[in-house]
Design a protein around this ligand. Structure first.
Ligand code: SF4
Length: 451
């Protein structure tokens, strides 16, 4: 989501005549879009801002702005640590950045003394509708993010997002569809629908029709757009996976065989303490319904280890659940205290070395599973959307329908195409192969899922 917000701000600034430079040492204005989800992310952003600010000694007109979740979370108090920051803009004010920068620059050019920092972290009605600009020209992308919804009304006890992103607000469906149509006309082939809790999209604004939720209605409409070859979405909530969504994976081929399904813990006791409104049994039922719709379905997830009160037995249940689901990939987080969240003051805070050990154990387990699932694809032919050159610039890269990264030899005109790639070798996260003949049948055979 931060990547999408940054792109929208960059596109708005470019439309005003600003230029994006490749090297931050060359810029006159540096904007840091920040994350608050873990304390480490905030400390990293503060360190980076502190370093950047030292440039003011040699260039007093240099402008430094801090945007996004940390700006929202800390507001003007950031100036205690970083008194020379010029701009602090919260998560509902990204669209105001061009005006604020124009004003700051005009004041500098008029020779006005450097004034107080601009701080804007207010809520703003309709702000969810302002993240809609995309970079074009050489920055045009085969895969684009489209923001459909912002904020969250859940109250997971570890999470700071409802504070930093505000109440759940959805964009109008027609506007989202129009944005996707424009992207497709410009060459985008894969759309990722974005929101804090995408599966709740439009629940206050649109009716369920024929048992179909507004989110699935949106999927249907994006699926109907010519030129869009793939649709993904993140981040959903297990609560949103009713039968209509599971069925959508069976009837909408552009959805592919991949779902990110955050679990957080495999222990019902910890899920209750986290205020996650599902049980491990319900979670496994959802996984089962998705694999019934698409037997080759690949899953990724988010897990927190060392949540307050988590015992060895709770942790073992998380490990067991991970084994049962057989994830392709997982983001594992050591529990991080976020002040202002209910879990920050819960009894039974788990010692840091225990959190670290559980993190290591779970990562090892997940890595072994990922490697096994990757290697099961060796010898198959996968459909890959060619995104562009890989990091070395010597080969091309793209993703399979199951969201695995694939690296292969190709030619530039194939960027944006769906091609068959024969998989010759696999690492934990990457498949390596060669273009297969166009008539090679796609084989999605995988390790049999344990559900
Ligand atoms: S649903 Fe997600 S964003 Fe919302 S409070 Fe829970 S973890 Fe945070």
């Amino acid at each position: 989501m931060n990547e999408r917000d940054s792109e929208a701000v960059a596109a708005m600034l470019r439309a005003r005549g600003y230029r994006i430079v490749a090297d931050e040492d060359e810029c006159d204005i540096l904007l840091l879009n920040t994350c608050s989800v873990r304390d480490a992310a905030e400390q990293k952003a503060i360190g980076k801002a502190g370093y950047a600010i030292s440039r003011k000694k040699r260039d007093p007109d240099f402008i430094l702005g801090i945007l996004g979740c940390m700006a929202q979370n800390r507001g003007a108090s950031l100036l205690d640590r970083l008194p020379d920051v010029d701009l602090i803009v919260g998560t509902q004010k990204f669209h105001r950045v061009p005006d604020y920068l124009d004003n700051l620059r005009a004041a500098r050019e008029a020779g006005a003394p450097v004034g107080e920092a601009v701080v804007d972290t207010e809520a703003e009605a309709g702000s969810q509708n302002t993240i809609r600009d995309h970079l074009d020209g050489p920055d045009r992308r085969v895969c684009a993010f489209v923001s459909i919804q912002q904020g969250c009304n859940m109250d997971c006890s570890f999470c700071i997002v409802p504070t930093t992103r505000g109440d759940e607000r959805s964009r109008p469906m027609d506007e989202i569809v129009r944005e996707c149509e424009e992207l497709a006309a410009r060459g985008t082939r894969e759309i990722t629908l974005l929101g804090q809790i995408v599966t709740s999209y439009g629940r206050r604004d649109y009716a369920h029709t024929g048992g179909i939720s507004p989110f699935v209605q949106l999927l249907d409409r994006v699926h109907a757009i010519a030129g869009v070859d793939r649709i993904r979405f993140t981040s959903p909530h297990p609560r949103g996976f009713r039968q209509d969504l599971a069925d959508a994976f069976g009837r909408l081929p552009k959805l592919g065989e991949y779902v990110h399904l955050p679990v957080q813990s495999g222990s019902n006791r910890i899920l209750r303490a986290m205020k996650r409104p599902y049980t491990r049994e319900r979670y496994l039922e959802i996984v089962g319904s998705l694999r019934a719709a698409q037997p080759a379905m690949a899953f990724s997830t988010d897990v927190i280890v060392g949540f307050p009160g988590e015992t060895d037995a709770d942790f073992e249940q998380t490990c067991a659940l991970c084994g049962e689901v057989d994830y392709d990939m997982a983001y594992v987080f050591k529990y991080s205290v976020r002040s202002g969240t209910p879990s920050a003051t819960m009894p039974g805070q788990v010692p840091v070395p225990v959190r670290e050990e559980r993190n290591r154990v779970l990562l090892d387990l997940l890595r072994a599973g990922s490697l096994r699932r990757s290697q099961a694809l060796v010898g198959t032919v996968q459909e890959v959307l060619v995104e562009g050159p890989d990091r070395t610039g010597l080969r091309f890269t793209g993703r399979t329908r199951g969201n695995r990264v694939a690296v292969f030899e190709a030619a530039a005109p194939l960027v944006g195409s769906l091609v068959p790639v024969g998989i010759a070798r696999a690492s934990v996260s990457t498949l390596y192969g060669n273009l297969a003949p166009a008539d090679a049948g796609l084989q999605t055979a995988r390790v049999p899922a344990s559900l």
